[in-house]
Design a protein. Structure first.
Length: 259
């Protein structure tokens, strides 16, 4: 499929940024308090029962084990929900896409701008969360700074697959199905709150096909200053996943917008 994309897609990104800045306080509070709630509820409370967890031949505290996973979950949620519920509202209710299509922007540029914006939201919130989590003493600098560009890559991956669902959903209520069948299983079974080795072998193999599993592995390794096979495999997976889902999202959204 031939894609006609120019740098005009940045105008879509710029428009969404302007709206984001008007509600900056609300957008700031969620990634600020979210890691606090998770780390207190799970990290500190569970640490009473779980002293250490084995990771890459090392023993790490439970709170340091889940901290990178919390950032990974945030990346997934920000971009996925932005490019499902957020994009659907702009397309269907606000008619923002219709207005954009009356300009020199084409559909590929509009959707690309939306996906890049979703990834940008993931990056911004990840930076905020990284700062908050740093006060718990579970972040290893400077290696952990590499989490920031990976957050953008992960945001593109989840934003693109979210846009694929947006191209198919007819009413906004139907987004509950991909959230329940796609997002929730990853939230629970991607090595986020416990090692994958605690799952049955078949479940471990299924988890390896989930993008959040690889994102968690990459962020966890980087947080510990490790540059192991998990980092290489995870980044390659996210790149390939994005290269597959982005063209699908562009093609299917173009068919939906141009009737």
């Amino acid at each position: 499929m031939k894609m006609d994309i120019s740098w005009r897609f940045l105008r879509v990104w710029q428009r969404n940024l302007a709206v984001y800045r008007k509600n900056w306080l609300i957008n700031f509070l969620l990634p600020f308090f979210s890691p606090l709630f998770y780390l207190v509820a799970f990290g500190i409370s569970f640490s009473v029962f779980i002293v250490n967890i084995r990771y890459d031949a090392n023993q790490v505290s439970y709170i340091s084990f889940i901290a990178p996973a919390i950032i990974a979950i945030n990346i997934m949620n920000n971009s996925f929900f932005e490019n499902t519920y957020g994009s659907f509202v702009r397309m269907y209710y606000q008619k923002t896409f219709d207005a954009m299509m009356s300009t020199p922007l084409n559909t590929e540029e509009i959707i690309t701008g939306e996906i890049i914006w979703g990834a940008t939201k993931s990056l911004i919130s990840s930076v905020i969360m990284l700062v908050v989590i740093s006060f718990f003493g579970v972040v290893s600098y400077p290696a952990a700074l590499l989490i920031i560009p990976v957050a953008f890559l992960g945001g593109i991956a989840f934003g693109a697959v979210g846009m694929c669902f947006t191209s198919m959903v007819k009413i906004i209520d139907l987004f509950s199905f991909p959230v329940f069948l796609f997002i929730t299983p990853m939230f629970l079974f991607s090595g986020t709150f416990f090692p994958l080795t605690g799952l049955p072998v078949w479940a471990q193999q299924v988890a390896l096909f989930l993008p959040l599993t690889h994102l968690v592995n990459v962020l966890r390794a980087l947080n510990y200053g490790l540059f192991n096979a998990d980092v290489l495999i995870g980044i390659c997976y996210l790149v390939v996943f994005s290269l597959i889902t982005i063209p699908i999202a562009l093609f299917k959204m173009k068919r939906r917008l141009i009737k």
